[in-house]
Design a protein around this ligand. Structure first.
Ligand SMILES: [Zn+2]
Ligand SMILES: [Zn+2]
Length: 392
């Protein structure tokens, strides 16, 4: 079974919705217009209930099928990124410095398309919750929704998420059981030494030299502390200190990121980053103030939910185009907060037209409108095909 014919019928409408969202991108927790558009559309579609204001700008639509049954949640993220768009598209961002560069405009549209179809046909058992989540890129809107009672207010058996994936061919699905996307922490290290004249280093404690030693030493964590069969990354991405060629500054600030899958590795990274930064600074007569702020946990896909997701994807694009993700990705994703609270699956939908398509978070990226009916049909199929089998 390919794309739902009824969904293909309103492909042009979905494309128009997507372009409108693309033109009006909003940053995390500021998605007020986006939220209003979603609410208006859900009401227009005749969705049974529309609940707004969860995690500030989040929206949940409740759609009841024609027969009794279980309940599932389908989640799309709705926020944009602080990126200056360079696409020159006719529907390019009109909000300077903000851009839908991760395709959340497309995610929102695909879920709206599924909501329209499901509200119209009601050809399923039980309840579908369409979850429009704010603040995926920053501030953890997924965690906020869970904390504000998403799963208590809308009791469901399973929750599903999806991301477009320009690296792989359009219309393919990539699935994975277990660890799929990495856990993330932001590292900040402030090295405090003692400022001095650049020609009189003996009168100061040079935090730039200390920082160099810390950066090098941090690379020994993955090489020497982490079990080689485990996965971990420690990257320092920013070093700021000093503003003259002949002055030793009093301090240096470094920022970086750590990624892992196994929670015990996360604990190890935290302890090691703090220990190495502080002890190295001390060895040089300086001090280091370290914060290791965990943002998103790892995305761990449930086996049963993943097999349901695969079945639905195969129904839409055929078994040959539903393939395992060979490796997890070290990118982070706050759907993990939903998956920590409820079993479910997060699947990738191939979006690449060519092998050189700009990837997500690139100023030339644009969501591929050709996959709108594919994603919407996948959501609809999950509801139609799988809901009767979900056991509470
Ligand atoms: Zn993103
Ligand atoms: Zn994204």
């Amino acid at each position: 079974m390919p794309i739902h014919n009824r969904i293909a019928d309103f492909h042009a409408d979905m494309t128009a919705w997507r372009h409108d969202l693309h033109q009006h991108p909003e940053l995390a927790l500021e998605e007020h217009r986006t939220s209003a558009v979603i609410q208006a559309k859900l009401k227009e579609f005749g969705v049974d209930e529309v609940v707004a204001g969860i995690a500030r700008t989040g929206v949940v639509g409740v759609i009841r099928g024609s027969q009794p049954g279980g309940a599932i949640g389908l989640r799309a993220d709705i926020d944009a990124l602080p990126i200056i768009e360079q696409t020159n598209l006719p529907y390019a961002s009109t909000n300077p410095g903000v851009m839908h560069a991760c395709g959340h405009d497309g995610h929102t549209t695909m879920l709206l398309g599924a909501a329209k179809y499901l509200a119209e046909t009601q050809n399923f058992a039980g309840t579908v919750y369409v979850i429009f989540q704010p603040a995926e890129e920053q501030h953890g809107g997924g965690e906020m929704m869970v904390k504000e009672g998403l799963f208590d207010r809308f009791p469901m058996d399973l929750v599903f998420g999806m991301h477009n994936w320009p690296k792989d061919a359009e219309g393919t699905f990539l699935w994975r059981v277990g660890p799929t996307m990495a856990a993330v922490a932001n590292i900040t290290i402030v090295v405090t030494g003692k400022g001095a004249h650049g020609a009189q280093p003996h009168n100061g404690v040079d935090p730039i030299v200390v920082s160099g030693a810390i950066v090098s030493a941090l690379q020994s964590i993955v090489a020497r502390n982490v079990d080689p069969t485990e996965t971990a990354v420690v990257t320092i991405g920013e070093i700021k200190g000093g503003n003259a060629f002949n002055v030793i500054p009093p301090d240096v600030t470094m920022r970086g990121t750590a990624r892992w899958f196994n929670p015990t590795i996360g604990d190890l990274l935290e302890r090691a980053v703090i220990r190495i930064a502080q002890a190295t600074a001390e060895a040089y007569g300086a001090t280091a103030d370290v914060t290791f702020a965990r943002t998103y946990p790892a995305v761990i896909n449930d086996e049963a939910a993943t097999s349901m997701a695969r079945t639905a994807a195969e129904a839409v694009v055929g078994a040959a185009r539903v393939v395992p993700m060979e490796q997890p990705t070290m990118g982070g994703e706050d759907f993990s907060f939903l998956l920590n609270a409820k079993q479910g699956n997060y699947i990738m939908l191939g979006a690449g037209r060519t092998t050189t398509d700009p990837q997500v978070h690139h100023p030339l990226y644009d969501f591929n409108d050709d996959i709108l009916p594919v994603g919407a049909s996948y959501w609809a199929t999950l509801a139609e095909q799988l809901l009767p089998r979900v056991q509470p």
